[in-house]
Design a protein around this ligand. Structure first.
Ligand code: AMP
Ligand code: MG
Length: 341
């Protein structure tokens, strides 16, 4: 039985796996609406990538700058030759190794989807998420779904359905709830238009992992004055809605914390697990002890802190290689520091 098509009120529904939930989502997508959905990285805000108006709705809902392109999401059996004209051998090898997964691949665009997806770039970013919820949704609609992270522009990316609801209640009809995101930071964005793959945004699929399959992998560094290859990386991002301060050591964080307390504020310290004992009885948020743990916890903790703290003090975690490159990038940006990758 198909779920009844919704009435006119825009009460945002959060639906977990249940009878008819995908048919319901499909009806919205086919009607040109925007539906949020779980992925293994962060929740996405999706629309039919062939539909200009639906794609433009995403920008309006998020307050997203018109030059920040969207990633197109497809299910794992979707024939991507419908969207691109071939690919270099290393790209096919990377797809075989890492997809479905947290790797977005950028190809020369062929103009098949709405021009608003790529925002004037001559490339198209494609991702095949591994989340069973995302796969089921994408398979049901069998369309390329343009989807950025499901947060208001500049706010922290959402890693639970509730986070999406907090930003978009009353503005979108449906959130497909797949639980908390296991990855926790956005996908790696990889330029596959050159002879050697080049990372435009670091994420859970690391440079080492890509190089082990492709033989080599570069990291894009924007030269001064140059138009960024991945425009999203030029914007302020991931910011909690409270004051923030960044420290390099626990003692520095303690001094800031105690000063804020004396002023009558409610400070909170975000630090990796091994520093927690040194922070004693203070209000702390435990970022974790491994890169993967930190990726999984970071956004949820930033969103938690902004609800109660007057000042969130972040202690820079130590470098651990692997996914830490992606974690550090988000960490610095959340705390307002300059750390463009
Ligand atoms: P979000 O989904 O909110 O994490 O944002 C998507 C990210 O992918 C942004 O940083 C975009 O700049 C980047 N992106 C999307 N499409 C392209 C593309 N065609 N070329 C380069 N970067 C892209
Ligand atoms: Mg985003």
């Amino acid at each position: 039985m198909r779920a009844a098509f919704p009435c006119n009120s825009m009460e945002t529904q959060i639906l977990g796996r249940s009878r008819g939930w995908l048919a319901y989502a499909k009806q919205y997508i086919e009607a040109g609406e925007v539906v949020a959905f779980h992925t293994e990285t962060v929740y996405g805000l999706g629309a039919n990538a062939f539909n200009d108006e639906a794609v433009l709705k995403i920008f309006a809902l998020k307050g997203r700058p018109a030059d920040n392109p969207l990633i197109v999401h497809v299910h794992k059996d979707f024939d991507i030759s419908r969207l691109i004209d071939g690919e270099p051998p290393y790209a096919a090898a990377l797809r075989a190794a890492f997809l479905p997964g947290a790797l977005t691949m950028v190809y020369p665009s062929t103009g098949k989807v709405s021009k608003y997806v790529s925002c004037g770039l001559n490339t198209l970013a494609i991702r095949v998420p591994s989340s069973p919820t995302a796969q089921a949704f994408l398979r049901e609609v069998d369309l390329p779904i343009a989807a950025p992270s499901a947060n208001l522009s500049k706010h922290v990316s959402p890693v639970t359905a509730r986070h999406v609801y907090d930003d978009f209640n009353g503005k979108i009809p449906l959130i497909l709830d797949g639980g908390a995101c296991s990855g926790g930071i956005e996908s790696t964005v990889l330029d596959c238009t050159g002879e050697v793959p080049q990372i435009l945004r670091e994420g859970l699929v690391t440079r080492e992992m890509i190089a082990s399959v492709a033989g080599d992998c570069k990291i894009y560094v924007r030269r001064e004055g140059e138009q960024p290859k991945s425009p999203g990386m030029a914007y302020k991002h991931y910011s909690p809605r409270c004051k923030t301060a960044l420290c390099n050591a626990a003692e520095e964080a303690i001094a800031l914390y105690d000063r804020e307390r004396e002023r009558g504020g409610k400070p909170c310290i975000l630090a990796e697990s091994e520093l927690i004992p040194a922070l004693e009885e203070r209000e702390v948020l435990d970022l974790g002890g491994t890169g993967e743990e930190m990726a999984r916890r970071l956004y949820a903790l930033l969103r938690k802190a902004e609800k109660t703290a007057t000042l969130l003090i972040g202690v820079v975690p130590k470098e651990r290689g692997g996914v830490m490159a992606g974690v550090m990038n988000r960490f610095y940006r959340a705390f307002g520091g300059e750390h463009e990758a």
